[in-house]
Design a protein around this ligand. Structure first.
Ligand SMILES: C[S@@+](CC[C@H](N)C(=O)[O-])C[C@H]1O[C@@H](n2cnc3c(N)ncnc32)[C@H](O)[C@@H]1O
Length: 319
């Protein structure tokens, strides 16, 4: 009897339930089979090509591919050679989802990758997936973005991961409005890359931001909910908004889009959506509809490996 086609997904431990819900809603013909340590398998309705399978927009999967075998270490090692012969892969990635430290692979190349995954004590899986530039490499616990010693917070890595993964179309002299900028990791990241930043927060920014970047940073100490376009008059026009505030996402996006409509030069938004702020899967559709209604035709969303309780939404104007 022919085996039913199966897929594997790598997510974060806390987002496995969201992944299951997302697939039940958007891909009802795929059926959940098993899940452990951020590793989930699904039965598929048919065979998929690797490129086609990668192209499905899944918010809660860091990586996804076609499952070939599951078993203990010895069994998987024995199968590896056969898999390598069948798939002329550009690389072999070993993921250890049980260990604290992951290992970075080569994400620069485009092509077929063989994944050798440890997802439980002596439980392993072998699969293949199509990789493009910007995909996350084997990861568990450490960020692909090295953090400078003087960065005031881990938000440096978070924004770095968002840039690496989503590749927003940003020009080198763009101005960012960084809402919820304190203590300053995200602004530090943007300034280090040469962008200009207008930070907004109720709390002060870490002095290291101004010490290390005496030019290019302006600060508005105020609440985002009271921020009006008139407060931005006389400042360099804003091209992009970064929003990283612990709040209810739909309400926040509503006011952000209203403000963005009035900012003529604004091209897009990079926003973290908190999963512990009453987020339900239905909100995913609402966020997309809102973005489309405001002419943000490019909508990208996905997990960032260093942050379990949120995902990142990137909206960009289509010219
Ligand atoms: C998760 S932290 C942001 C981390 C920051 N992006 C960084 O790079 O370090 C959330 C920030 O939002 C700020 N915040 C919360 N409510 C706010 C509001 N209504 N207006 C402006 N900032 C707010 C908090 O003071 C806090 O600094």
């Amino acid at each position: 009897m022919k085996k039913e086609p199966q897929a594997y997904f790598i997510t974060l431990i806390h987002t496995l339930s969201f992944l299951k819900e997302e697939f039940a809603e958007y891909y009802p013909s795929w059926h959940f089979k098993s899940g452990a340590h951020g590793f989930a398998t699904f039965t598929l309705d048919r065979e998929y090509g690797l490129e086609e399978f990668r192209s499905f927009n899944t918010t809660f999967a860091l990586a996804k591919g076609i499952l070939l075998h599951q078993g203990n270490l010895a069994e998987m090692e024995a199968k590896l050679e056969e898999v390598q012969e069948t798939y002329k892969a550009i690389t072999l990635h070993r993921w250890d989802l049980m260990a604290e430290e992951g290992k970075m692979g080569d994400r620069k190349n485009r092509g077929v990758v063989i994944d050798f995954i440890r997802y439980d004590e002596d439980q392993f899986a072998l699969g293949v997936r199509y990789q493009i530039r910007g995909d996350f490499a084997p990861y568990s616990g450490i960020s692909p973005i090295p953090m400078p010693e003087r960065s005031p917070s881990k938000a440096y890595q978070k924004l770095g991961e968002a840039f690496k993964h989503f590749r927003p179309l940003v020009a080198h002299d763009d101005v960012f409005l960084d809402i919820g900028c304190s203590p300053g990791g995200s602004s530090y990241y943007l300034l280090k890359r040469g962008y200009r930043v207008i930070g907004v927060d109720l709390l002060d920014i870490d002095p290291k931001v101004r010490e290390d970047f005496p030019e290019g940073f302006l600060f508005l100490k105020q609440s985002f909910s009271e921020l009006k376009t008139k407060h931005l008059r006389g400042l360099p026009p804003v091209n992009w908004i970064v929003f990283d505030v612990d709040c209810e996402p739909i309400e926040a996006l509503t006011s952000l889009l209203k403000m963005m409509d009035k900012l003529d030069e604004c091209d897009g938004l990079i926003m973290t959506i908190k999963l512990d702020r009453g987020f339900t899967l239905k909100d995913l559709g609402t966020l997309e509809t809102m973005a489309k209604n405001h002419a943000y035709g490019v909508i990208r969303k996905g997990l960032l490996p260093s942050h379990e309780k949120e995902f990142c939404l990137v909206l960009q104007k289509t010219d």
